[in-house]
Ligand binder design. Structure first.
Ligand code: GAP
Length: 478
């Protein structure tokens, strides 16, 4: 299957089986905004819970918070987002279509032989690093890069375009809209920085320590594409680790390794990942890299690890006029801590797990044509862990099935179904990634055993009714 097809097939599958829908679909959708359906929201929640557990419960020195989406507007001045959170854009004068300059050049590079593409991208990186907008325009013109819509190379100058959404707070209309302007946060991290001292003091936290949070972030992405890869409303899972100045390099290396381990713990093979060091560092960083995963459209960022120095806390200190220092009792010294951040997109992780899990299998034999689509999710994140299927609606089978449901549902999500042939029911569970199906049949009443079917190899075994819950719980461990 070509990888382009794979992405299209995943998108269609997600819609057909209740994972992900286009937002406001009955109104023809809202671009780059998506809704999670009954199985998608379970999958997303399971990933979020696993991240939260790994980053808080399993750590001695990291606590979680839940900060608001709206923040004081000066936060975004201090963080640099008002002045710097922008991408260089270029418009095609004929089609009026706006492009992110790097995406336009990268798209063109894909059509070139490897060596030419490499040299073009290298030139682009150098110009981006210097914010050389005139040079970028010349590069586009020299390569005769055309707009996909108009087919012309009639370009405007390259300009910066801020990615933050804003709205007005309060009911009173003001003559000066800037007065009531608030932003929808473009990252969750700032909610952690402004609460640094609140948490440190109330939690009696000692450096090094971390603060984690998950939540929505909003970016007015110009080129939003790749399904849930680049959205305008998305969710982040971020952790800021506060350290002694001078120790940030070793903590940066620590978190690079720890986060890669987390990814591998999802059962994904190391060849599917790579680190990508940033050449052009963000305005706040002294080192940064991405963990990239091999998506159907190629290796792309799923998580960023950033050594953010004391940039954010120092700026908040300056803009708020409030001291944000920590007293280190071992050094007998006050200082503004340095920060190493891990920042992973939840939706991108959903997409990573979907890409990894999705398989189309031809099961044809000499006798008959057969195939299935299976989502091989790790049991921990699978939306449904166990399907409970009475073979028929007679002979007390539904009653036994319901009893098993009652026993298991406090521990994990189960699904009960008694309609259709058992084969059809298995296929539906394969398609949503349920790792186990249990069939209650005539023999169950006699000897308290059931058939348990394993999703990945479709093998079946006879086990006791009382062991089912523990089999599933054991498989959910990572
Ligand atoms: N606080 C640092 C920060 O926000 P980032 O690299 O801009 O860093 C972190 O974003 C992660 O958030 C990315 O690795 C990606 O997984 C996710 N992300 C960023 N923009 C996104 C978008 N438009 N749609 C979906 N996920 C996005």
């Amino acid at each position: 299957m070509a990888n382009d097809n794979k992405l299209q097939n995943i998108i269609a599958h997600c819609k057909e089986y209740g994972f992900i829908f286009q937002s406001s679909e009955i109104y023809d959708g809202l671009s780059a905004v998506y809704d999670y359906g009954q199985y998608g929201s379970e999958l997303k929640k399971n990933i979020r819970d696993y991240w939260w557990k790994s980053m808080t419960q399993m750590q001695d020195n990291i606590v979680g918070i839940d900060a608001a989406i709206f923040m004081h507007p000066t936060v975004w001045k201090a963080s640099g987002h008002v002045d710097n959170f922008s991408d260089p854009m270029i418009d095609n004068k004929d089609s009026k279509k706006r492009y992110r300059v790097d995406h336009l050049i990268e798209g063109y590079a894909e059509t070139l032989p490897e060596a030419d593409a490499k040299s073009l991208l290298q030139k682009m990186d150098e110009l981006l690093a210097k914010d050389d907008f005139a040079g970028l325009k010349t590069l586009i013109e020299d390569n005769k890069i055309k707009c996909a819509v108009s087919g012309t190379a009639n370009w405007t100058d390259v300009r910066q375009f801020n990615l933050m959404f804003s709205t007005e707070m309060g009911a009173v209309a003001s003559d000066n809209p800037e007065e009531n302007k608030v932003y929808l946060r473009p990252e969750t991290a700032q909610g952690i920085f402004v609460n640094f001292l609140n948490v440190q003091k109330t939690g009696r936290m000692k450096i090094p320590f971390g603060i984690a949070q998950t939540g929505k972030a909003f970016r007015n992405e110009i080129v939003a594409r790749g399904f849930i890869f680049r959205m305008r409303e998305f969710e982040q899972m971020e952790m800021q680790f506060f350290v002694r100045p001078g120790t940030q390099k070793e903590w940066y290396e620590h978190w690079k390794e720890a986060r890669m381990k987390w990814h591998l713990s999802l059962g994904i093979s190391p060849e599917r990942y790579r680190f990508h060091d940033h050449v052009k560092l963000a305005h706040y960083a002294d080192a940064a890299c991405d963990i990239e995963y091999d998506f159907p459209m190629g290796f792309k960022e799923v998580e960023g690890i950033h050594s953010r120095t004391d940039f954010d806390l120092k700026n908040h200190q300056q803009y708020s006029g409030k001291k944000l220092t920590y007293f280190d009792t071992e050094l007998n010294q006050h200082y503004v801590p340095y920060v190493v951040e891990t920042s992973i997109g939840l939706d991108r992780t959903v997409m990573m797990l979907l890409s990894e899990a999705y398989e189309e299998q031809d099961l044809s034999t000499d006798e008959k044509q057969d195939s299935r689509v299976v989502l091989k999710f790790p049991p921990l994140v699978a939306p449904i862990k166990l399907a409970i299927l009475p073979l028929t609606k007679k002979d007390g089978m539904p009653e036994i099935a319901r009893q098993l449901m009652d026993e298991c549902k406090p521990y994990f999500k189960c699904f009960y179904e008694e309609k259709d042939s058992i084969g059809k029911r298995y296929r539906r569970q394969d398609a949503i990634g349920t790792p186990f199906c249990v069939t209650i049949d005539g023999q169950t009443k006699e000897d308290n055993t059931v058939t348990i079917r394993h999703r990945d190899d479709m093998t079946q075994e006879r086990v006791t009714l009382s062991s089912v819950k523990d089999i599933v719980l054991k498989a959910m461990q990572v």
